[in-house]
Write a protein that binds this ligand. Structure first.
Ligand code: ATP
Ligand code: MG
Length: 252
């Protein structure tokens, strides 16, 4: 099977900082891959390299088997692979209505008339659990969770095959996080999407991802089936990471 998106022996060097140090990672069609690791370990940089948004100092990026490390025309990649960032408050321009935000990628793709555009945006909003009244709201009239739903609808607009999600719930209230995770799980099932899911939250990764890669100081130190890695980690760093999140039960 040809991977949807792949980083081969990738290095990203920023001055003297090696943010990513010889990482190999493949996202298969339809799979959900978690990337975990402490702050500064290179998770976001890997995601940005895959999107060709961070420099690829060495190594290769492959999209559906084609080397795109130096490609100039990234339109196929941009359509097929969309990204959802951590902070929905920063991701939405306060001057634009929900309709405008979600319609923008559709307008850029062209070929959709005004009436069809409104129907399409309404359908996208419905898909993320927002009813039609939300079309004409502005970001300041939305909760954090609703904003993230709008960002997800916008990411779905071009009909992508994969979403790269960079801690999509960590800026939200704890009570809202579970709803967004549930939404993401449902969307993946309905649309057969691939997810690359960056998170600090190992229990969420366990819930959402079939495979997981553990990063430490720019490298992948462990990679495998999520159930396996998160229940019986072999690498001491993963053990530490797990212990930090799931403290052992206090003895009475
Ligand atoms: N644009 C940049 N210029 C210089 N250094 C950078 C840049 N982006 C990231 N870095 C550095 O690269 C390393 C990896 O950063 P990255 O953002 O990928 O980590 P992360 O695992 O996503 O961390 P967090 O969990 O805090 O989001 C860090 O040392 C960071 O300071
Ligand atoms: Mg990050």
């Amino acid at each position: 099977m040809t991977a949807l998106l792949e980083l081969r022996d990738g290095v990203c060097q920023y001055g003297t900082t090696r943010a990513v140090d010889h990482v190999t990672l493949a996202l298969q069609p339809g799979e959900s891959l978690g990337v975990v690791g402490e702050s500064g370990s290179g998770k976001t940089t890997v995601l940005r390299m895959l999107l060709r948004l961070a420099p690829v100092t060495a190594g290769q990026i492959l999209f559906e088997g084609t080397d795109i490390t130096e490609a100039r025309d990234l339109s196929a990649l941009r359509r097929a692979v969309q990204v959802v960032f951590q902070n929905p408050h920063a991701a939405l321009d306060p001057r634009y209505s929900v309709f405008s935000a979600v319609a923008e990628p559709l307008k850029l793709m062209g070929g959709v008339g005004r009436a069809a555009l409104q129907d399409r945006v309404a359908a996208l909003l419905e898909d993320v659990g927002l009813h039609g009244d939300f079309l004409w709201r502005y970001p300041h009239e939305l909760s954090g969770g609703q904003k993230q739903r709008v960002c997800i609808a916008r990411a779905l607009a071009p009909g992508p095959r994969a979403l790269l999600l960079d801690e999509p719930t960590s800026a939200l209230d704890v009570s809202v996080q579970a709803q967004i995770i549930e939404l993401l799980a449902g969307l993946r099932a309905r649309h057969g999407l691939s997810y690359l899911f960056v998170s600090h939250n190992l229990s969420v990764v366990r819930l959402l991802c079939s495979r997981v890669a553990v990063m430490q100081t720019g490298r992948i130190v462990e990679q495998g089936a999520a159930a396996q890695v998160l229940s019986s980690p072999t690498h001491p760093y993963t053990q530490t990471l797990l212990a930090a999140v799931l403290p052992p039960r206090a003895t009475a």
